[in-house]
Design a protein around this ligand. Sequence first.
Ligand code: ATP
Ligand code: MG
Length: 474
Amino acid sequence: MDIACSKEELKLFERIGDAAQKMDVQCYLIGGFVRDKLLGRPTKDVDIVCTGDGIALAHNVAKTFVQPPQVNFFKNFGTAQFRLNGLDVEFVGARKESYTSDSRKPQVEPGTIEDDQLRRDFTINALAISLNKEDYGKLIDPFDGTKDLEAKIIRTPLGPDVTFSDDPLRMMRAVRFATQLGFEITEDVFEAIKRNKGRIKIVSQERITDELNKIMAAAKPSVGLDLLFRCGLLKEFFPQFTDLSGVEIIEGKGHKDNFYHTLQVIDNTAAKSNDLWLRWAALLHDIAKPATKRYEDGHGWTFHGHEVVGERMVPKIFKQLKLPQNEHMKYVAKLVLLHLRPISLTKEDITDSAMRRLLFDAGDELEDLMILCESDITSKNKVKVKRYLENFEIVKERLKAVEESDKIRNWQPPISGDEIMQLFNLTPSREVGVLKTAVREAILDGIIQNNYDAAYALLVEKAKELNLTPIAKL
Ligand code: ATP
Ligand code: MG
């Protein structure tokens, strides 16, 4: 065996080889497992292909264990899978495929190992290692995949137009592997993606977004996002994002290219956090700049309100991309809305109450918001960036000090809405909201102290204006 495997893996391969021999079929390790082992990347997904019934082989291997793992199988696809000590082992019968133009789903018939390798997406994913007695451990590499691994290139076994037209998801996979592995897509493959980009419409959005999220989770997402942009795929399924690109110049004044600015912000964020949703907030933070762009005479380019319009665009984009409509979406929307706030605090003469307001509005998301905002400081001018970052540090220190003294994050005002209703014998109504807001605002602005008595006194004052009298002090 040319690859480094654990004792456990080697024992498993022996069992698989024995079971296949008993069935009189050939079996091989293939795909991502072989690729990642050769690259020295950690991998837990073992892909096995056999020249016969993959489901039967999976069952026969499982049976050899004292405590057989549970085999899950999909008759329609001829695949089976079981988990074994953290390994995810997948079996499939070698197959030959032919495609029609309107579907990703091929017609399938049993084939040889060579047929099977030929239907794989990239040469680096078509490498096989024999688990058969006669040539156990032999690497079968009909398309020079090992050479491509060394040269770090993404190439297709068939002509790339055929590969991509047959299954357009492979275009997304090409970009994803280039991003994850730091590989180059060969020029003819890249040109083929440009030609076939329109075919992506036959792929479900869930599959596209799956690949997009793998790109977003990579160490440097900008690599993949830029490739998607340049080959034209990105515009096919995410035009709001590509609308950020380009620079307009009026009276000699240009604005920055917000697409490339956004890529930089995503990378900056990715360098500080692995959180996928924080990276999505970085992707979407300026999404409403095209919609809010104005040229103001004598002043220059403005994007007033882009954070508010952007917040509203988030649910629509999540729906379109089939991203989850849950707390992750709310989190992203919140960060988009607040993304300018910390930087606005770097100005001079900022009061403690402005700090308190941000602490209150950001709540649990403060740290992530600060990462996003700091990542948003990009400019070609290094001196400018340095000065901004220094001012930003001062804001961080002040936020910390205000939080330590006032404990505003996740703070609840000293009198709740329920208590207000009891105090004034009110049912849920506009008045309750007015009174509640008055207390909260007065405390955040530092007009009254953060305690029950001060809040009560203010409520009584406010209530007079609304012709209400308290019936009880709690
Ligand atoms: P990862 O597990 O990191 O996503 P992988 O290469 O293992 O990468 P899988 O989706 O697990 O990808 O697929 C396993 C193997 O199946 C691939 O290595 C490739 O040989 C083949 N394969 C997967 N998807 C396709 C596809 N759309 N077209 C052709 N071959 C594919
Ligand atoms: Mg895999």
